[in-house]
Design a protein. Structure first.
Length: 186
């Protein structure tokens, strides 16, 4: 009977050690925080572009982070998924035809983790939609099933921030920025 208690105690200690190691592994090395809000809205930038007769606008990584942070803060009020994972910071990196979302989440009180979500980008010119499709999810370098985080494609309707007579002709997803070429609806 004494040997059974020792085995049980050894298993409990092993579980505690593994849990502590996992906790310190998933803990973010730095605090991501939220990007500063962008002072000029996208609609105002497009108005300015139209007045200057410029056919193209570039959205930098910093601007996209600001717009995304604003959107997430609004969605935190209503989205059950965001309420469940409680993001405490986020940063988006723009790559050629991809973006990488790094999010700091706190799913349980006191347990923070850094999640990385790579997404493939595409532009549907006929529907005027930017689509970002998740290709995986990682806690640090550990792959996690997409179903755990309930990852779904994100669709951005370009028409919501354009005037009724303006359409997006082309979007180029580049390293560190998006270049958007506009035209007139005829």
């Amino acid at each position: 009977m004494k040997w059974l208690k020792r085995i049980f105690f050894g298993i409990v200690i092993l579980i505690v050690i593994v849990a502590a190691a996992l906790y310190f592994y998933i803990k973010p090395n730095e605090n991501l925080g939220w990007a500063s809000p962008v002072q000029v809205t996208l609609t105002e930038r497009i108005d300015q572009m139209i007045r200057q007769h410029a056919p193209e606008i570039a959205i930098s990584e910093a601007e996209l982070n600001g717009y995304a942070a604003e959107w997430i803060r609004k969605e935190l009020q209503t989205s059950p998924i965001l309420t469940k994972w409680k993001p405490t910071g986020m940063h988006i990196e723009l790559h050629q035809d991809q973006l990488l979302i790094k999010a700091e989440i706190e799913p349980w009180q006191g347990i923070r983790a850094l999640v990385r979500i790579p997404m493939d980008l595409s532009w549907n010119v006929s529907e005027q939609i930017i689509q970002a499709v998740p290709t995986g999810g990682y806690v640090k370098d550990i792959p996690i099933p997409q179903g755990w985080m309930e990852l779904k494609p994100i669709q951005i309707q370009a028409g919501t921030w354009l005037h009724e007579f303006v359409k997006v002709k082309q979007i180029h997803f580049e390293e560190g920025k998006w270049r958007i070429r506009l035209g007139l609806k005829l």
